[in-house]
Design a protein. Structure first.
Length: 136
């Protein structure tokens, strides 16, 4: 997995909103300004997270986005998957018909093991754990 800008920005926005639970909604432009991110891209990411049910949006004056789930029950993996990110470490983990080595590859088992552990780690880390670690 290569961390894309979309994945990085999406995690930043998710963590910002999750840390802001119980407070006023936060606008996409406020998140973009705070972290020096492109506002239109942040807006698209937040819209995608809204469609996935992680954030809710309020229109009008004082509007913006709020995190709509309990951050302790939302994993990094869930957010990344909601953004459509591939979590495969290498492209050949799933059957790749173009791979000439698929039947004899000496690293296939290793990659599958690493992939399973990596995805398990992403699943085990909640947004609230990341927020708490950042405050230490």
């Amino acid at each position: 997995m290569q961390v894309t800008k979309k994945a990085g920005y999406g995690l930043i926005a998710s963590l910002e909103l999750a840390a802001n639970i119980g407070r006023d909604p936060v606008s996409a432009s406020a998140i973009a300004e705070k972290y020096r991110l492109p506002p239109p891209f942040v807006g698209k990411i937040l819209h995608q997270l809204k469609n996935a049910g992680f954030v809710s949006a309020q229109q009008g004056r004082g509007g913006g986005y709020t995190f709509s789930k309990d951050p302790s029950e939302v994993s990094l993996r869930q957010v990344l998957e909601a953004l459509g990110e591939s979590l495969d470490l290498v492209s050949c983990i799933n059957v790749n018909p173009d791979c000439l080595l698929a039947s004899v590859c000496p690293t296939k088992t290793m990659w599958k093991t690493l992939d399973k552990k990596f995805k398990g780690l992403l699943e085990s880390l909640s947004l609230s754990e990341i927020i708490a670690a950042d405050r230490e």
